[in-house]
Design a protein around this ligand. Sequence first.
Ligand code: SAH
Length: 237
Amino acid sequence: MNKKILIIIIFISLFMPLTSVAQVDYKALRNEMVRTQIIQRRISDRAVIAAIRKVERHLFVPENVMCLAYNDHPLSIGEGQTISQPYIVALMSELLELNKNMKVLEIGTGSGYQAAILGEIAGEVYSIEIVEPLAVRSSQLINRLGYTNVYCKTGDGYLGWKEHAPFDAIIVTCAPSEIPGPLKEQLSEGGRMIIPVGGQFVQELVLLTKRNGKIKQRSVASVLFVPMLRDDRRRYQ
Ligand code: SAH
């Protein structure tokens, strides 16, 4: 064989695997994530599983970490903030026992991924993010993806969103040191709230339920979320 042709063949065969790696099959990664991280860990709510299978998580992370979007851990989304581990998103969504008639409040829009998952499962989603560049980016993405039932705003979620209260469910994806009073007030009768509570290094994921105006709470797991910021502590990180 001509030496030149041989060199070309060797070059192509070396290069081929690289080009196929470059074209990541995100759907396959997502299905594998659902199988190993969600179903095998006993998440059973069908709507939650369907939403996690559908929403393209890689679109919610910075381009340089897109190929890691389906891995079993949180990822940095800039501004010192993170997108939660997929399993935690599924667990918190499942614990809220959502359906299409419900109105949900999310504190900490971040990347917008959890809001999109909620948008698939619930009727209306109200999501608040305190860090403006994140709030702008995530609400643009959510609009672009066509979630007309997800409403976003920039602000301090500690105070909730009074104009749209009460909420059938509240999900908090940043950790305050104690459960904010306004959020308890804005939870509807029979409603459920899932919230990480604690210090910077030790937190408990707490599930609250409101019955006859009384709040009951139980601890679900030990978790680690970014701290809840307040307007006056915005630069604290
Ligand atoms: N649910 C997000 C997780 C983001 S991490 C996702 O799916 O990507 C938690 C987010 O809470 C961060 O973006 C952080 O800026 C935001 N946050 C912190 N304190 C807040 C507050 N008081 N009100 C609203 N958002 C807050």
